[in-house]
Design a protein around this ligand. Structure first.
Ligand code: ARG
Length: 457
């Protein structure tokens, strides 16, 4: 046990207590952030005349050496240290001696950990954003290629009106775009630097300078809030939960579309798994796992909200619990987005099945009624007439466009040969031209806007 404290203690820490208290097994993920923060801190201390330039250079060199050795596998981060902060500082002192003991001037581990967590979360927001952008690019490609791919639009999981695959996928484009906006907002709001001890310090620190060195917009404005604020973790996990909810909904659709009953899509072999007993099976495990892992990210959000709810100001050790769940959620979300992107971009769409399904579901029934209305039949009567036609088709096991004109005429003489044109999937979709509709012209406009957005962001 290599501890940074002990002066006022007369006994060794109990072994079980040590293990229970230690965070090195997980906060070692912070080694880069911790070193980066320390380098900025000593640069500021030297600028303020609190350390000499020589001490600063010695410490900086020592910290760079630790970083290099850890990265090259020459220096192992072991459980001999309580946390990553102790590991770095103890190693520094071993390397450079007395100058190393000055590193911790004017800061506490509490603002150090707050800083490390912010730096880590900031980097991971950028990483997640990149994954989301790749997903949007994959969706954009599907949209571009499927402006004329007809499929049923559903409400209540009942076929409603015909849409296109571009339109359906476009809905998810909107969701993941909002997810990126949310991450952007969080990053902006959290971008203040907490370094500077618990209730202020008597050293003449230049906190604005440290903030600038570390790429923050400003220093935090209240030291007690600085060390006890985990709002950004909560916001991150909330945004992550929303991303997972979106991925999960899309996964659910893909699982349905991939089923024997729908056959709208065929998931690529590389993204499917087999059954140990039933040779015919090709299972959508990846989509199912993404859907399943949503629960674990929601769990992280609930967990941190509960951990934070009773904590008096300022720092309390409860807050150490923020890390494992955040790390796990980050790995889960980034991993799920990447796998999902691979799965959707290799998936085959069975366009003929999609179109046939739209027809068999009478998604053009409203258009048939509109045809009658356009020929002077009151809507309520038209509704009744088409209802009877649907019943007739159901009885025969055919779709509206397969019903002979003579049978149309038996129910209403208003029908003429042009009814088939009026209820074709093409007409039904192309007539829907308002912004946000599946009509190809307006869809092309949306796709062009998406393209511009993706080029700029
Ligand atoms: N491991 C701690 C955490 O993750 C670091 C801060 C420790 N501070 C303290 N006063 N014991 O929150």
């Amino acid at each position: 046990m290599a501890q940074l404290w002990g002066g006022r203690f007369t006994k060794e820490t109990d072994k079980l207590v040590y293990n229970f208290n230690a965070s090195i097994s997980f906060d070692q993920k912070f080694y880069k952030q911790d070193i980066r923060g320390s380098k900025a801190h000593v640069a500021m201390l030297a600028k303020q005349g609190i350390l000499t330039e020589e001490e600063k250079d010695q410490i900086t060199e020592g910290l760079d050496g630790i970083l290099k050795d850890v990265e090259e596998g020459k220096l192992e981060i072991t459980s001999e240290y309580e946390d990553i902060h102790s590991f770095v500082e103890s190693n520094l002192i071993d390397r450079i001696g007395d100058a190393g003991k000055k590193l911790h001037t004017g800061r506490s581990r509490n603002d150090q950990v707050a800083l490390d967590m912010k730096l880590y979360v900031r980097d991971e927001i950028d990483g997640t954003d990149k994954e989301l952008k790749d997903l949007l690019l994959a969706l954009q490609k599907i949209m571009e290629e499927n402006v004329h791919t007809y499929m049923p639009g559903f409400t209540h999981l009942q076929k409603a009106q015909p849409v296109t695959l571009a339109h359906h996928v476009g809905a998810y484009f909107e969701m993941f775009r909002r997810d990126r906006d949310r991450l952007f907002d969080i990053r902006k709001r959290m971008n203040t630097c907490p370094l500077g001890a618990v209730a202020g310090t008597t050293y003449p620190l230049d906190r604005a300078y440290t903030a600038e060195l570390l790429g923050f917009d400003a220093p935090t404005r209240n030291s007690m809030d600085s060390v006890s604020d985990r709002d950004y973790v909560i916001e991150l996990l909330s945004a992550f939960s929303t991303i997972m909810m979106h991925l999960s909904r899309f996964s659910e659709e893909i699982i349905l579309w991939n089923s024997n009953e729908y056959r709208f899509v065929e998931i690529d072999d590389a993204y499917s798994t087999g059954s140990s007993i039933m040779p015919q099976k090709k299972n959508p495990d990846i989509a199912e796992l993404v859907r399943g892992k949503t629960g674990r990210v929601y769990g992280a959000l609930t967990s941190i909200l509960t951990t934070m709810k009773g904590i008096p100001l300022a720092y309390n050790k409860d807050m150490q619990e923020d890390k494992e769940l955040t790390f796990d959620a980050i790995d889960t979300v980034k991993g799920c987005i990447a796998l999902f992107t691979g799965m959707v971009s290799t998936m085959q769409f069975n366009k003929a099945n999609m179109e046939a399904s739209a027809k068999r579901g009478f998604t053009n029934a409203t258009d048939a009624a509109d045809y009658l209305v356009n020929h002077g039949v009151p809507f309520r009567d038209a509704h009744g007439i088409v209802g009877r036609l649907v019943l007739l088709c159901l009885d025969k096991g055919i779709s509206l466009d397969e019903l002979p004109l003579s049978e149309y005429k038996e129910i209403s003489p208003v029908f003429e040969e042009d009814i088939y044109e009026a209820i074709s999937m093409k007409t039904c979709v192309e007539k829907r031209v308002t912004l946000g509709a599946p009509g190809p012209d307006v869809m092309e406009q949306v796709i062009a806007q998406n393209k511009e957005y993706l080029e700029k962001n």
